[in-house]
Design a protein around this ligand. Structure first.
Ligand SMILES: Cc1ncc(COP(=O)(O)O)c(C=O)c1O
Length: 434
């Protein structure tokens, strides 16, 4: 990386003495001497610790849907925290957030709030298990549902470790995950209805939940093939399985009603975090009244911070803005232009690629023409992706340094930002030879 990151490097050295890898999440570590530290962010822009400015397309891994430090959201939070930051009682704003979510998301009849996406998926899995009286779950290779032990299987491993796609081997993605949990998880390739059908014929009656990201947002942004989500829905109905749609990345990002609105699908349960509160810590899970209603009746769920006022107030303001302003339409227009522009640049340079995802959340896999699951995506040229990301950052445009993370857009990205990004992209492609 050819960016003067002296201050970042000094901060990394200092941080590494008190924090493993010098960060508070492994995902924020890009490597020794190439991990940027941050000074501030506003709207679509971010400044690193050395004062370099970037058009930001990481959006904090997706939560920033309006723009960094959005004035109206901050003002709502500031006003509400004057009245207390946390209480061991429920307040009206929480109810209003739940009401807004139920109104906006087709599959939601009831919700419970949580603090992070990890928590939301963990709670949803418990509720599904409690509802069905079964323990086994199905998840898809390359999908990430947070750091809890139940689903951190076959997420990042080299796909060679996964075995044959008809009978995949679940591979834990970290030391420290209890091996017996592997007995409870079946991992399958995404977008393979025949393999799902075959698996369910064998074990369907023992499966509590199928947890699925509607789009593989932690493996680029691989969309579901036509009717795949509907197929999963029908299979869940057939075997009495709870369908959990993990909308932590897609929720309040690809449409006001998330993937449920885009694909006209009603899961049994859905999970949210990220864009729900434009960067403040709030998450949620919810779904059918019949299933959610078992909470509190022998089924535990809760948390000291699940109604934290900054998160709840930020969600209230974010959802209010989403309902009032053409946020999705604006992002769709600008994001489409960016996707088309990038595609044109690759075409003109003769670089094979596969563009996938949505204007608010997209990615390109280099050197492959089609990706449908983690196995096919793995064949893409990740080294070139990295070199290109470096060339973009050197020129003031910041995508993630990891090709698994999509590009994220926000309402604050202007037409000028898109123009400038495309200019920079063209220069970067010229500068980096494959
Ligand atoms: C689809 C999905 N689910 C769950 C999570 C976990 O969310 P959190 O990082 O808030 O725990 C993520 C995080 O990236 C995610 O992308």
């Amino acid at each position: 990386m050819n960016i003067p990151w002296q201050k970042s490097n000094a901060l990394q050295k200092r941080a590494s003495k008190v924090m493993p890898l010098g960060v508070n999440s492994n995902f924020r570590f890009w490597g020794e001497g190439i991990t940027p530290y941050m000074q501030k962010a506003k709207g679509a822009y971010l400044w690193d610790a050395d004062g370099n400015k970037y058009i930001d397309y990481r959006m904090a891994f997706g939560p920033i849907i309006l723009g960094h430090a959005w004035d109206e959201v901050n003002a709502k939070v500031a006003g509400e925290i004057e009245l207390g930051t946390l209480s061991a009682m429920t307040y009206e704003l929480e109810i209003e957030v739940a009401e807004k979510m139920v109104r906006m998301c087709p599959g939601l009849e009831m919700v419970r709030l949580a603090c992070s996406g990890t928590e939301a998926t963990m709670h949803a899995l418990r509720v599904a298990r409690a509802y069905t009286g079964r323990e086994r779950i199905i998840k898809f290779e390359g999908m990430y549902h947070g750091f809890q032990d139940y689903t951190l299987w076959s997420t990042y491993a080299p796909v060679e470790a996964y075995g044959n796609p008809r009978s995949p081997i679940p591979v834990p993605s970290s030391s420290g995950i209890p091996r017996p949990l592997g007995e409870m998880v079946v991992t399958l390739p995404f977008n393979a209805p025949d393999i799902l059908e075959q698996t369910l014929r064998a074990v369907g009656e023992t499966v509590a939940a199928i947890i699925i990201e509607p789009c593989m947002g932690n493996c680029g942004a691989i969309e579901p093939q036509k009717n795949f989500l509907q197929f999963v829905r029908r299979q869940c109905d057939k075997y009495g399985i709870v369908m959990i749609l993990d909308e932590v990345k897609t929720g309040f990002r690809i449409a006001n009603g998330g993937a449920q609105e885009v694909y006209r699908i009603k899961p049994d349960l859905a999970t949210y975090a990220k864009a729900l509160a434009n960067g403040y810590p709030l998450a949620a899970f919810g779904g059918k009244r019949e299933i959610m209603s078992i909470i509190g009746h022998g089924v535990s769920q809760g948390g000291t911070f699940t109604n934290n006022k900054p998160g709840v107030a930020a969600a209230w303001a974010t959802l209010t803005i989403l309902q009032r302003e053409p946020v999705m339409k604006t992002i769709a227009k600008r994001g489409k232009r960016l996707m088309n522009g990038i595609s044109k640049i690759f075409d003109e340079a003769g670089i094979p690629f596969c563009m996938s995802g949505y204007p608010a959340m997209f990615s390109y896999a280099i050197g492959v023409e089609k990706v449908s699951d983690q196995r096919s995506w793995s064949a893409s040229d990740k080294e070139y992706y990295l070199r290109l990301a470096e060339a973009l950052m050197e020129r003031g445009v910041m995508p993630d340094y990891d090709s698994r993370e999509p590009w994220f857009l926000c309402y604050a990205h202007s037409d000028n930002d898109i123009d400038r990004t495309l200019e920079v992209f063209r220069e970067a492609v010229k500068a980096v030879k494959r």
